[in-house]
Design a protein around this ligand. Structure first.
Ligand code: G3H
Ligand code: ZN
Length: 294
């Protein structure tokens, strides 16, 4: 794959699916996180997808987030894309499309399947009418936690929360999304117990859906071996947020404790950028995304 910002996200995701690796997705809250991610992607010659949840989008500003990512993309001539992550309503997903996001994740997974399909279809039509390059992601089954944080308790993932193959098939047929996030055993955040990804379910969904790109949410806390198996079973895009947040906050906290007199924000944030860079490099390598650009 050539090393160029002109590459299109859909082509990169298809290459990942064909070649058996996954496009990394990392969430950002600010430019320090984004800078660390871009440095990691640049150093490892990897394409990445940067995400902003509804809260992160509100904090950063949607147009501002798009402008930041596109400035880094052009400066480094790297395929870095921005996804509006977990839009829980048709209106926030439309706002992301209007702001120029490369990708939108409409997540109506907590609704009954019929309503999920109906809302997702609206976004597919809206995005296609604006720009056929926009990749649209939908979600079937649901993750039992919403927030990317550390939970001190063990959290069970009930089987009824997982995506059913038949529902996934129907969802793809009726909505025409480019990517599907099926719930397969992970959760958002890190719980006291390790998650168990249902690899057989991933395989069955992958087999049933042909070329649809499968997305794994809730990567943090999953053992590396399970991540590798999930990719081998057909996952081509993986989200990590809590692990990146933890790296950022630990470095920031340590610096402030050790240098209580420092008042220059960019100096205070420098170790956090470095911690994000290192953690992102680890995950990029785990997903087999390193060296995918010439
Ligand atoms: O959409 C965001 C992700 O699914 C992140 O999940 O915080 O468990 O890595 P995580
Ligand atoms: Zn997620």
């Amino acid at each position: 794959m050539p090393h160029t910002s002109k590459l299109n996200l859909k082509e990169i995701l298809s290459s990942a699916r064909r070649q058996g690796w996954a496009v990394p997705h990392f969430n950002i809250s600010d430019i320090a996180m984004l800078r660390g991610l871009v440095e990691a992607a640049n150093e490892l010659r990897a394409p990445i997808l940067v995400g902003t949840s509804e809260g992160e989008s509100d904090f950063l500003g949607r147009r501002q987030a798009v402008a930041l990512v596109s400035a880094f993309r052009e400066e480094h001539n790297l395929p870095i894309f921005i996804n509006a992550d977990h839009c829980h309503s048709v209106s926030t997903a439309k706002a992301a499309v209007d702001a120029g996001y490369d990708s939108v994740h409409i997540d109506l997974s907590k609704l009954p399947l019929d309503d999920n399909i109906a809302g997702t279809k609206k976004i597919v039509a809206y995005a296609r009418a604006k720009n056929t390059d926009i990749s649209v992601e939908g979600e079937v089954g649901y993750l039992v936690t919403d927030s990317s944080q550390v939970y001190k308790r063990a959290i069970a993932v009930p089987v009824e929360s997982l995506a059913k193959v038949e529902d996934a098939k129907r969802f793809i047929k009726e909505t025409g999304v480019d990517r599907l996030a099926p719930a397969v055993g992970t959760l958002h955040g890190i719980a006291a117990n390790a998650p168990r990804i249902d690899i057989e379910r991933v395989q069955a969904i992958s087999k049933a859906l042909g070329n649809t790109i499968l997305v794994l949410h809730g990567g943090s806390g999953a053992p590396d071996e399970q991540i590798r198996k999930a990719i081998a079973a057909g996952i081509a895009n993986i989200h990590f947020s809590t692990d990146i947040r933890l790296a950022y906050v630990a470095a920031l906290r340590e610096f402030i404790m050790e240098h209580p007199e420092e008042t220059t924000p960019y100096k205070i944030l420098a170790p956090a950028v470095e911690a994000v860079r290192l953690k992102a490099m680890e995950k990029i390598k785990l997903m087999g995304a390193a060296g995918r650009l010439s």
